[in-house]
Design a protein. Structure first.
Length: 305
């Protein structure tokens, strides 16, 4: 028994469980306060808060609790990164070492967001990546927790890219510093999915606002394959993927993607779509103006590049 306890203590030390756990506790308090403020803002703006009593919202809560509640990002991702430290250190670049904090922060936000813009475009351009990403777009009632509605495989790839690849390897940010950044990213992406018609005034062409991101989730084919920006909307205007300013869309989701708000379907159906598309390797992708529309067999196409 003593040997077992010693092994657990050593494991906790290696994966830095104490500082990671402390970060989680602080993050939960920030999340709770932020979500309360935004929900009150939605009510004041006259938004339909009935969505927070629907199964759609309940499923988004499940995703959020799993990804943001500590089990996934601490016990799996950060702890595994700490345990693999000696091997990852061989390829670490630590680009922020020796730089003033404000310079490092600028590099993180701008460089990281540039990478995320192109990653997001790839998710929509590649039919197999789209099969996974379609889970996120299956929500027809956008809410604060929709940002966490992602297939586990997609989320793992995204987090390995951001946290292990960008934060740890390229920039050299230790795992105990991930949580404050994760809190900031979570709050920003959460408000993008809120039922608020905020455009952030003159910052509309710089920062992704709820109105800007609403077009990315629009079910209108005229809005397909656009507004990919993760935190900055600048990239969409720079690379020609921004929807011209207009009234906020009225309908969300993707025609042809219907998982019936079943978590089992949302986990399994992307692989069913991959299997179906793999049997039609020469099938052309859907045109950019009809991303996600169903084909004659009722299967949603992967969006065109």
């Amino acid at each position: 028994m003593q040997a077992w306890l010693e092994w657990l203590r050593e494991l906790a030390r290696v994966v830095e469980m104490v500082p990671l756990g402390r970060s989680i506790a602080q993050a939960v308090m920030v999340y709770a306060a932020f979500f309360l403020v935004v929900v009150l803002a939605e009510r004041r703006a006259g938004a339909d808060t009935a969505r927070y009593r629907s199964r759609h919202f309940a499923n988004d809560v499940v995703y959020t609790l799993f990804y943001k509640g500590g089990f996934y990002n601490v016990l799996l991702l950060a702890a595994a990164t700490n345990a693999l430290g000696p091997w990852l250190d061989v390829v670490r670049l630590d680009l922020l070492r020796g730089l003033p904090w404000y310079v490092g922060l600028a590099i993180f936000w701008i460089g990281g967001d540039f990478v995320m813009y192109w990653w997001h475009r790839f998710q929509h351009a590649n039919r197999y990546m789209w099969a996974l990403h379609s889970v996120h777009h299956s929500q027809v009632h956008l809410n604060l927790f929709t940002a966490s509605r992602r297939h586990p495989v997609e989320n793992l790839m995204l987090d390995v890219l951001i946290f292990v690849g960008l934060f740890h390897t390229v920039l050299g940010i230790p795992t105990r510093g991930w949580m404050p950044l994760a809190v900031a990213i979570t709050c920003v992406t959460a408000i993008q999915h809120a039922d608020l018609d905020w455009r952030f005034g003159p910052l509309y062409r710089l920062i992704v606002s709820p109105r800007f991101h609403a077009f990315h989730h629009s079910a209108d084919p005229a809005h397909a394959n656009a507004n990919y920006g993760f935190l900055l909307s600048t990239w969409d205007y720079l690379f020609g993927t921004a929807v011209p300013e207009q009234a906020r869309p009225r309908r969300y989701g993707v025609d042809g993607v219907d998982f019936h708000e079943s978590l089992v379907r949302q986990l399994a159906d992307p692989f069913r779509l991959m299997w179906r598309w793999s049997r039609r390797p020469t099938a052309p992708p859907a045109p950019a103006t009809a991303a996600g529309q169903a084909d004659a067999a009722g299967t949603p196409h992967a969006p065109g590049a």
